[in-house]
Structures are given as C-alpha cells and as structure tokens.
Design a protein around this ligand. Structure first.
Ligand code: FES
Ligand code: FES
Length: 167
C-alpha cells in the first residue's frame, strides 16, 4: 500500500492505496466523483478525461500514485460555483450530447483545448482537438458546434477563423 496526497477539485485528498489503483477508480470509487466515466479501459474512448496539473489525461491510463502531489480537476470541479464553465454552457446551448456518456470527457478535453487561444476554429482544427474522444451517438455535428460556440465565447476575436460557424 502507498500513501498518496493530491488536490481534487481544490480539495486536499489523502489516501492509502494499492499501487495498481487507477486514477479513474480513485475518483469514482474512493471519492464518489462519478462524472468521470469509463467507456473502454483501453485508452481509446476519452470518457475518463480529467485535468492533471492542467493537462488533459485519460484517467484510466494514470495510476493514482502517479497523480500524488498533483492537482486533478474533474467535470464536477469545472464550474465556478453556480456558474457553468463556458464549455459546459456551450454543450447545453448547442445540444452537444445525446445519451451524455461521453460528455464529461468531451467537456474536459475541450476545456483543455481552449485553455489557450486556438489558432483557428475551422472544422479540421476542432476535429483534431477531439481525436482522443469518441462519441457513439451524436455524429459529432453538435459537439463541433459546441466547441466553436465555447471558443467564440472565450475568444470572440476568433470569429474570422470560424468557418462553418452557425449564425
Ligand atoms: S475509459 Fe479511459 S479512454 Fe476509455
Ligand atoms: S452523447 Fe452518447 S456517447 Fe456521446
């Protein structure tokens, strides 16, 4: 067993865990943060995406002990109090989901993509940003619209690069 200490959504967490415990299982089973989903367990679907020290990671590929000393943000920690993150707002506004299973991971991946101003908002750039996240039911059209919507909310000066943007 190994002692770990980390921040999760701004809260200090300390646990004694098995070295093989995955970060996603720490979040879901130990901490009850079930917004982080498990879709494949083989590093393909991205449903388990969280931020670790600001970088998007697939938490099914990270050991809890590897996250020790770090700061994790899950979808539960993305909003600022009652105010949703612009990416969360955009997914609602553009209906960027159907069953919602992939949505937490999508949102975290997009939040990471938009942490800095992207060079462009054309469809290809957005598709590249989402290549690690799989959605089995929306067809991606509204997800791409949501990414563009969130990006323009955060970086309105990008409107000129947003070919395909909806009026
Ligand atoms: S559950 Fe982690 S990538 Fe699918
Ligand atoms: S909304 Fe169903 S898997 Fe993406």
């Amino acid at each position: 067993m190994t002692e770990i200490e980390l921040q999760v959504n701004g809260q200090a967490v300390s646990r004694t865990v098995e070295p093989r415990l995955l970060l996603v299982d720490l979040l879901r089973r130990e901490l009850g943060l079930t917004g982080t989903h498990v879709g494949c367990d083989t590093s393909q679907c991205g449903a388990c995406t969280v931020l670790l020290d600001g970088a998007a990671v697939k938490s099914c590929t990270v050991l809890a002990v590897q996250a020790s000393g770090g700061a994790v943000t899950t979808v539960e920690g993305l909003a600022c109090g009652d105010v949703l993150h612009p990416v969360q707002q955009a997914f609602i506004q553009c209906h960027g989901l159907q069953c919602g299973f992939c949505t937490p991971g999508m949102i975290m991946a997009v939040a990471y993509f938009l942490r800095e101003r992207p060079a462009a908002l054309d469809d290809a750039s957005i598709q590249t940003a989402l290549e690690g996240n799989i959605c089995r039911c929306t067809g991606y059209v509204n997800i791409i619209a949501a990414v563009r919507h969130a990006a323009l909310a955060i970086y309105p000066e990008l409107a000129a690069t947003a070919n395909g943007a909806r009026a």
